[in-house]
Design a protein around this ligand. Sequence first.
Ligand code: FCB
Length: 416
Amino acid sequence: MYRQPLRFPAGFLWGTASSAHQVEGDNWRNQWWEWEQRPGAIWRGDTSGAACGWWHDCEADFDRMQALGTNAHRLSLEWSRIEPEDGHFDAAALARYRAMLIGLQRRGLVPMVTLHHFTEPQWLARRGGWRHRATPERFARFVDVVLHQLGDLCNLWCTINEPSVYAVLGYALGVWPPGVRSLPASIHVVRQLLRGHRHAVQVIHAHGTHHQVGLAHHTRIYDPATPGKRDVLVSLLYDFFANGIVLRALGGACDFIGLNYYSRDHVSFDARAPHRLFARRFIPERFARSDLGVLGEPFGEIYPAGMERALRRLWHRLRLPIYITETGLPDAHDQQRPRFLIEHLAAIHRACAAGVDVRGVFVWTLVDNFEWAEGWGQRFGLYALDRATGARRLRRSGALYAAIARANACPPPGTL
Ligand code: FCB
């Protein structure tokens, strides 16, 4: 086995990723806040509450990013703060985001801004959210205001985070807002999100050719549990709803593609589960897995080879530069995360060596944060958060990531 550090291309971005609702706190004007108040909606009755306090003080965490030696950060803008009522834009919120972006730049951190990361204003949700015909145009109007006000501070834009995850969890499985269980509704919503994406790309490009625009696509790998025909068929079906539906519709409307990669599922045919497209997803006993989540099931299998598979697939399909806009692991005790990082980075390195144009990686996430339906139960942070005091403690994996970012190189797998 080779023992040399794995060097990454010059100018590679080493970042962390976050989203507004998960870290800012007090985002009471969006649809998630309302959803969190419903009994049973969130694991153990958690709510986002004050989250990680970023609205008042993200700067202390920006200092941490700088101290780690990272050179980029992916964050999202909260639409419901910027446009709290239809057509009314809040100058104070935009000013706060200006200060955030300036704060990142001053610390040598390249910002990547996501314009929609699962949340939208309640006024929009009340009109049907992304099911409404005019929502893609409303989104484009919001994006235009953002570019006018903040376009001088950022040139890496991510229009929409994980359209398929948003549509499946909110509209097919109904475990996220608005709690709808309808496959046709979920397909309609993905299409609408992709329309919103295409509008946003046009708006952003109209603000200057230096702007680079992409979308963050969650690639989950679905492998058939056996080579049997029925297992293969249901795994292809799952792959279509999670991946194919988005990738088919992207066309040429991107400058780059963002890859969010976490895990893989094994899929087998199950005649008793029409509501789950006749399939059962599971992780066979012999495979490594993350911490458990809300249903008492692991968040996912730890499957580094999937990173390389996902990168190669995106590259062959789209031939666009790729940023890994998220990757990470819920692991409260940090037992597996150091190895997870090294093995996934090695997979990225292999893809680069095979000619895939990977420009950077954003680890999910800097500090433990509000994990949607999992509440505060899943801990993805390079820093552990003590919610009672707000104190942050650097995990071993955080120190490792810092060393990697500073060296622009990763220890070879098997080092730990
Ligand atoms: C992704 C989401 C992100 C975070 C991670 C764990 O699907 O984009 O907000 O919750 O999962």
